[in-house]
Ligand binder design. Structure first.
Ligand code: KIV
Ligand code: NA
Length: 263
């Protein structure tokens, strides 16, 4: 297969080809996921929870994400690698850019930033300087203490309207992709229809342009609480490769997420 590119993602969205994404933190899993056709590998700050054992993503540093990004980049050939901007790295466009450059130099093709309209100058600053940006709206785990827990977002009309405005604002600022986490499926569908860029859902319904899951969740190895949007793709499989194949097939044919995974 061809290497996945930023313009290629937009073409997939326009052609209605669902985009598959999984989190990934090391070279061996990167090679496996790449071989099994996963389009995008996310070096998520979820590594703080699934690799380091913290109870939130807040302790994760840019050096941590850069270390895992370099490992993933060495293992993967064709997938597009997205690295998370950790908590506390986006205070100004300039400081965000300095952290983003470290992640790009470690091997990321794009950085992901949690947050909405307040990030517009930052997203513009990065994209003007050739750092592709993935925005992230809805449940943004770095805001867990402000949100009062890992809760579904965008449930009221006012919250849904605000989320749509923020989605348009980050697209206008230059974001190439938008992750939508833990929002009603109907809102995921509306936001996707409103935008030209691809949306990648995690608990945002089947109508997003693609889907993402944390690998430890979809392989059933994370010992913590299992969110409603998680499906264990190891069920009924005898190898990790087969579980990844099942995930890719279910995202591509629209059977994942099913109604029981949606809000
Ligand atoms: O860090 C992460 O794994 C993420 C995904 C859940 C979208 O941000
Ligand atoms: Na993250």
């Amino acid at each position: 297969r061809k290497a996945v590119s930023v313009p290629g993602l937009k073409a997939m969205r326009q052609n209605g080809d669902k985009i598959t994404m999984l989190t990934c933190y090391d070279a061996s899993f990167a090679a496996l996921m790449d071989r099994h056709g996963v389009d995008m590998l996310l070096v998520g700050d979820s590594l703080g929870m699934v690799c380091q054992g913290h109870d939130s993503t807040l302790p994760v540093t840019t050096d941590d994400v850069a270390y895992h990004t370099a490992s993933v980049a060495r293992g993967s050939k064709k997938a597009l690698i997205v690295a998370d901007m950790p908590f506390g790295t986006c205070g100004s466009p300039e400081t965000t850019y300095q952290h983003a450059v470290k992640l790009m130099q470690a091997g990321a093709h794009m950085v992901k930033i949690e947050g909405g309209s307040w990030l517009v100058p930052t997203i513009r600053y990065l994209t003007e300087r050739s750092v592709p940006v993935c925005a992230h709206l809805g449940l943004t785990p770095q805001s867990v203490h402000q949100l009062g827990g890992y809760k579904v977002q965008g449930k009221t009309d006012a919250a849904a309207d605000l989320l749509k405005k923020e989605a348009l604002a980050v697209q206008e600022a230059g974001a190439a992709v938008l992750v939508l986490e833990a929002i009603p499926a109907e809102l995921g569908k509306e936001v996707t229809a409103l935008l030209d860029i691809p949306t990648i859902g995690i608990g945002a319904g089947p109508d997003c342009s693609g889907q993402v899951l944390v690998m430890h969740d979809m392989l059933g190895v994370f010992p913590g609480r299992k969110a409603r949007f998680v499906k264990n793709f190891m069920d009924g499989q005898t190898s990790i490769g087969a579980a990844v194949d099942a995930y890719v097939a279910a995202v591509k044919d629209g059977s994942f997420p099913a109604p029981e995974h949606c809000f």
